[in-house]
Write a protein of this length. Sequence first.
Length: 200
Amino acid sequence: MADFKYFLFYKPFNVLSQFTKEVPSHVTLKDFYNFPSEVYPVGRLDKDSEGLLILTNDNHLKHRLLEPTFQHKRTYWVQVDNIPTEEALQQLRSGVKIRIKKLPYFTKPAQVTLLANAPTLPERDPPIRTRLHIPTAWLELTIKEGKNRQVRKMCAAVGFPVLRLVRIGIEQLTLGDLALGEVREIEGTELYRLVKIKTK
């Protein structure tokens, strides 16, 4: 693994998971760290999502994490509008119908827990828009697939739109003590162990 580089990034809100700006006002990965050439994100987090992003030039790792048949767990903290009912949580656990590329898609069963308290997270900039007299709740949600905007679509499908979305883990790899906007290099053997992938 001597030729490969591996980085973890705690992506803030409003940052693109890419190196090129589409308009001058965009904030990209290049604004946070001088990554080596050929290092790219493994998958992506949407501009309006936050959390753990892996960057590497190791194509074997990219393939194993992104290929749906390997079903790696991705865990999120999700703030939603209003308090989800037990019926809504059960629907998410069983799988719900969403649309992917304009076609109907039924999601695989998810692990979902309604958190008793809001998790400890850095303040979002800008803060979420809250509505007077309408409460919000936090879910911990784990899925084994990564369709486009899947978590947002799943929560909307059961009637609880997402206000804030933070990816906190991929298998046993977590944000840990990584600070918002921080980039940290990690050893390949450690990364492979945490994401439960065997080396070649």
